[in-house]
Design a protein around this ligand. Structure first.
Ligand code: NAP
Length: 288
């Protein structure tokens, strides 16, 4: 058996077309959805991520502002910038690219973002809203995974979902989203004994670890849906996920590739969150 591929690029294209339409409707009312991205320091991966996010905004008719600061920027200065963006009516979403330099308390900075502009969904208020099932911004990566499941018409009710990884930005919110859709959820982590015994029971596996080949064909139930969040490099230096794609695709029913799977969906959901922040903003803010 060869699994169906869940194509994150094609799905992103569809969702971004919808974002562009809704952005155009807002523009017609004098509101230009605006995202501010703050990058501190010279981390090469962060520079690529930030560039991709800004370009995606431009392509979908969203206004974006990229603020770059040297790694020596003080915490108080960064907090002051976030406060200013909180007050700026032309900005509907604020994203502080992580990681931040060690002398800056990232938690403090994220908590300084207004929850109404927390389009990354990392604020404690957003996490709490997800936890109790209230409206709020969902973190983009697990939100994108949910959209991928939705795109294949997968009904999670009564299914067993196994999430490998429990980070605050992927694993934990992923588990809560799956739970909200009535899956029975198991969360695995580095302390899990016999990961294979867990994953073999799973109808859906989400791998969010950051290690190659965490999930191999012998660990997957035939027909299962496999979502690969991981981003790693193989021996040739090429991007790969946590899942042994070539092996697992022969057992799974559905699988996401890397690249071209969850990665593009993460940026797409950032656009969706920013657009929705603009749609919910109380005042007509900005016209370009
Ligand atoms: P993270 O904060 O490092 O968390 C990794 C998780 O994996 C931890 O909970 C850890 O357990 C668990 N883990 C480590 N080794 C394990 C093992 N052998 N078996 C089971 N669990 C294990 O990473 P993250 O930020 O969640 O990101 C995970 C991966 O997704 C990374 O490759 C990252 O680059 C990628 N990612 C991709 C996107 C995208 O857009 N595609 C977005 C975000 C992240 P403990 O908690 O016990 O340490």
């Amino acid at each position: 058996m060869t699994a169906h591929i869940i194509d994150g690029i094609a799905l992103s294209r569809q969702l971004r077309a919808d974002v562009a339409l809704r952005a155009a409707a807002l523009r017609a009312r004098g509101v230009v959805p605006g995202l501010a991205v703050i990058l501190v320091g010279e981390n090469p991966a962060s520079q690529v991520y930030v560039r991709n996010k800004v370009k995606a905004c431009e392509d979908s008719g969203l206004h974006s502002v990229l603020e770059r600061y040297p790694a020596t920027l003080g915490e108080a200065e960064l907090l002051a910038r976030v406060e200013a963006l909180n007050r700026d009516p032309a900005i509907h979403g604020i994203l502080v690219q992580l990681p931040l330099p060690a002398h800056i308390d990232a938690h403090k900075v994220i908590e300084a973002i207004s929850p109404a502009k927390d389009v990354d969904g990392f604020h404690v208020a957003s996490a709490g809203a997800l936890m109790v099932g209230q409206p709020g911004f969902w973190p983009c990566t697990p939100y994108g995974c949910m959209k991928m499941l939705e795109s294949i018409g997968y009904d999670l009710k009564g299914k067993h979902a196994v999430v490998i990884g429990r980070s605050n930005i992927v694993g934990k919110p992923m588990a809560l989203m799956l739970l909200q859709k009535n899956a029975t959820v198991t969360v695995c982590h580095s302390g899990t004994q016999n990961l294979k015994a867990m994953t073999l029971q799973a109808d859906v596996v989400v791998a969010a670890v950051g290690k190659r080949n965490v999930l191999t064909a012998d660990m997957v139930k035939p027909g299962a849906v496999v979502i690969d969040v991981g981003m790693n490099r193989n021996d040739e230096g090429k991007l790969c996920g946590d899942v042994d794609f070539d092996g697992v695709k022969e057992v799974a029913g559905w699988i996401t590739p890397v690249p071209g799977g969850v990665g593009p969906m993460t940026i797409t959901m950032l656009l969706v969150n920013t657009l929705e922040a603009a749609e919910m903003a109380p005042t007509v803010a900005h016209s370009a």
